[in-house]
Design a protein around this ligand. Structure first.
Ligand code: SAM
Length: 299
């Protein structure tokens, strides 16, 4: 088995994953690289400074975060041009995964310098590994939009996937995200709430979406820390019932005003009124657009 050399021999960008909590989760290869590069580009040099000093590593650091990624990339290209090797790290986990890194990687690739991944911890993959939901694969979404309307639109487009979906969430938004998920994806879908992974208060809780908020409210500590949510994919038999729901709504809308159609459809299909109302408006809009004669589109 051929093993890639850990010690940089040539100017290259090493994209290095670091622990998501437990410092012992760093890989031997990551330590070798961090010890031997000429410079470490870090999202927050204070956070990375703690990791480096924990392992007795002294290497110059420079800041590369979302607000200076473009100018930081130019600095790093300058270092590579002088023959230096650079490691990119984020505060925790794998750079470029809901973290800065993509712009730098693209800038370095454009100049044809080697880019070498040094794999390791990632909160999404860690949570998926204990979810039991990824038989049919998973979609990594990351952070949902903070603004309610945009978040709900995004959730509408994601809800019928057969694979699991992985979200990152901050403690101050976890409750509202769970509420939106429950309302739009149905209270019976299963999820994993993975909190404080690899840390002292690590919690991995599996429940139905409809039970999640009550579980959190039982103990204020359950609302603290860092979260990954893994929601199971839409079971195929539910997809069939969603299709049936759409057909009922469409049929009722042909005969009745929107409010009445929604009320009847909600009662017949045991479906949430809000989601049906939005769907009804969309159906109405589509059919109104289809009814406009072609000539009226021309200017
Ligand atoms: N690049 C990182 C990775 O590879 O996972 C993710 C960085 S992103 C800015 C930070 C988010 O990741 C947190 O808000 C949380 O959703 C998730 N996260 C990071 N560490 C975590 C942990 N120890 N437990 C649970 N979630 C975590």
């Amino acid at each position: 088995m051929a093993i890639a050399r850990a010690v940089p021999k040539q100017p290259a960008l090493y994209v290095v994953a670091t622990p998501i909590g437990n410092l012992a989760d760093i890989t031997l290869r990551a330590l070798d690289i961090l010890k031997s590069v000429n410079c470490v580009a870090a999202e927050d040099t204070r956070v990375t400074g703690k990791l480096l000093s924990h392992y007795g590593i002294t290497v110059p650091t420079l800041a590369l975060h979302q607000h200076n990624e473009r100018s930081g990339a130019q600095k790093i290209l300058g270092l590579l041009a002088k023959g230096a090797s650079v490691a990119l790290v984020s505060d925790a986990g794998t750079p470029g995964i809901s973290d800065p890194g993509a712009r730098l990687v693209n800038a370095v690739r454009a100049q044809d310098y080697p880019i070498i991944p040094i794999p390791g911890p990632c909160a999404a993959v860690t949570a998926v590994s204990v979810s039991g939901f990824a038989d049919a694969g998973f979609l990594f979404f990351g952070f949902l939009p903070a603004q309610r309307g945009a978040r709900r639109r995004e959730l509408e487009t994601l809800k019928e996937q057969s694979c699991a979906t992985v979200f990152y969430e901050a403690p101050h938004r976890i409750r509202e995200t769970l509420a939106d998920l429950t309302e739009l994806w149905g209270s019976e879908r299963l999820l994993i709430i993975a909190r404080e992974l690899t840390k002292l208060f690590e919690t991995v809780h599996r429940c139905a979406l409809g039970e999640a908020i009550a579980w959190m409210e039982q103990d204020p500590n359950r609302q603290r820390g860092e979260f990954v949510l893994v929601v199971e994919g839409l079971p195929p038999e539910w997809k069939t019932s969603h299709d049936a729901e759409d057909r009922v709504l469409e049929t009722l809308l042909k005969e009745l005003p929107v409010k009445q159609a929604v009320r009847l459809c909600a009662a017949l299909c045991d479906a949430p009124k809000n989601a049906l109302y939005r769907k009804a408006l969309a159906i109405k809009e589509q059919s109104a657009a289809a009814d406009v004669p072609e000539s009226s589109h021309s200017t």
